[in-house]
Design a protein around this ligand. Structure first.
Ligand SMILES: [Fe+2]
Length: 436
């Protein structure tokens, strides 16, 4: 496909719209359980990959947050026959295309950033373009919690599974997810399937298709590369990190994160969420310890700055940690076991969006103490029923010296391990829904 891309930043001028829908109960919202067996990608002539009609029709339309605070969006799309598309804006509606064929989409402007602003995120990773991928996206669209933004934890199209990293599969993926991402922002994280490093076919520059197709507002958070950046959204401060960029001391990512964490004002955004692709705490026998070196570098900061929750993908399964840290080690003392630490984040792996590689089911035994729960969807649902909400501190609490809200009813899940819904509720909503 001879595709030309276009990206524009659109300032958001409409009034903020609060989503008043509240689904308070933690737990799960679907009894669906994904089959364990490997799946296959949908064929190129699938209806979800359909090219929109009309000469040079814009396709693969997607939006993401366009600045640091949510007052802008980045709109991107692809035209096949000729470049030169334009963007016209009309309030929260936007029209892409020029002359022959234009298409219109819309989005909801986010609420102003603030400590009591409710918001609902979808959590999806490792999506791909298989029949199960389509189920995941459908479950997300139909979830009664009505996710407003997707936090995507990496591995988008899996185009690199095809000969020569066939970019046609990047195009099909863009058309497949358009039905959601053209209407609400997805916050992107780079995974290993975005690297597209293929010196055998002369491609020596990593991340080329990903960075050309999926723009992010990294400069707005003083980042120097699109692989690590931050955005504020409602009551959350979201930091995106790159498992596949240099993160050692003195590197650009290290220096950025070192400067970034002190900037987070928990009075304004009480939730501090980190996204990355490769999990730090993973007791499956897949990608085991791949995140270890990054954990060694950054975990002390996560504890110091009291990150709430870290979401990762990569392992095609679900796992949730206790609040633990493993930062006491040095080469002299040999202390290298995770310990309970109420200043530490909860680590959640949600890497089963449905890609063709299938589920991860093989775990190290016995289950490590730090691992609060792991397992297939059916077992996870039993666990949730038994133990209740996933963040267990109730109500408004003060954690260390900062006013801090942990929302006991903040999580629900859909489809077991296919995706999660993260709901940030305010005190009034919690009370009115009987959560506290
Ligand atoms: Fe991955």
């Amino acid at each position: 496909m001879r595709a030309s891309g276009a990206t524009l930043v659109l300032a958001v001028v409409a009034a903020a719209v609060l989503n008043a829908a509240v689904l308070c109960s933690g737990g799960f919202t679907s009894s669906f359980v994904r089959k364990v067996e490997k799946t296959v990608d949908m064929p190129l002539d699938s209806d979800v990959f359909e090219v929109p009609p009309g000469y040079n029709a814009p396709q693969q339309v997607h939006i993401t947050q366009g600045d640091h605070i949510g007052k802008a969006v980045i709109v991107s799309w692809v035209t096949v026959d000729e470049p030169g598309s334009k963007l016209m804006t009309l309030n929260i509606y936007y029209e892409v295309g020029i002359g022959h064929t234009t298409r219109t989409f819309w989005f909801t402007t986010p609420p102003a950033v603030g400590p009591d602003v409710p918001y609902t995120f979808g959590l999806i990773g490792d999506l791909g373009q298989s029949y199960d991928s389509n189920r995941t996206l459908t479950h997300y669209e139909r979830n009664p919690a009505k996710g407003q933004t997707v936090l995507f934890v990496g591995d988008l199209s899996y185009a690199d599974n095809y000969p020569n990293h066939d970019n046609v599969r990047w195009d099909t993926w863009g058309r497949f997810v358009e039905r959601s991402v053209a209407y609400q922002p997805w916050i992107w994280t780079a995974g290993n399937h975005e690297i597209d490093f293929a010196p055998d076919i002369g491609e020596t520059k990593p991340f080329k298709p990903y960075t050309h197709r999926y723009r992010v507002p990294y400069k707005a958070s003083d980042s120097t590369a699109p692989f690590w950046y931050s955005v504020k959204r409602a009551s959350a401060y979201i930091i995106v990190l790159s498992s596949y960029s240099a993160y050692g001391k003195y590197t650009p990512q290290y220096k950025w994160l070192e400067d970034e964490l002190p900037k987070v004002n928990r009075s304004e955004t009480p939730w501090l969420i980190v996204l990355m692709h490769s999990p730090w705490y993973n007791s499956y026998n897949y990608h085991y310890m791949e995140g270890e070196t990054m954990r060694v570098m950054y975990e002390p900061w996560f504890v110091q700055y009291k990150v709430d929750v870290v979401f990762a993908g990569h392992v095609h399964a679900y796992e949730r940690s206790e609040r633990v840290s493993n930062i006491a080690y040095n080469i002299v003392n040999g202390i290298c076991s995770p310990v309970s630490d109420q200043s530490a984040p909860v680590y959640i792996t949600i890497g089963d969006g449905g890609n063709l590689e299938g589920l991860a089911t093989n775990m190290s035994e016995p289950q490590p103490k730090y691992s609060a729960f792991r397992g297939p969807a059916s077992a996870m649902q039993r666990s949730l029923s038994r133990t209740g909400p996933m963040l267990t501190t109730v109500g408004t609490v003060t954690r260390m010296d900062m006013p801090y809200k942990l929302i006991p009813c903040g999580f629900s899940t859909d489809s077991g391990i296919l995706l999660m819904i993260l709901q940030l509720l305010n005190l009034e909503q919690l009370q009115s829904n009987g959560c506290i």
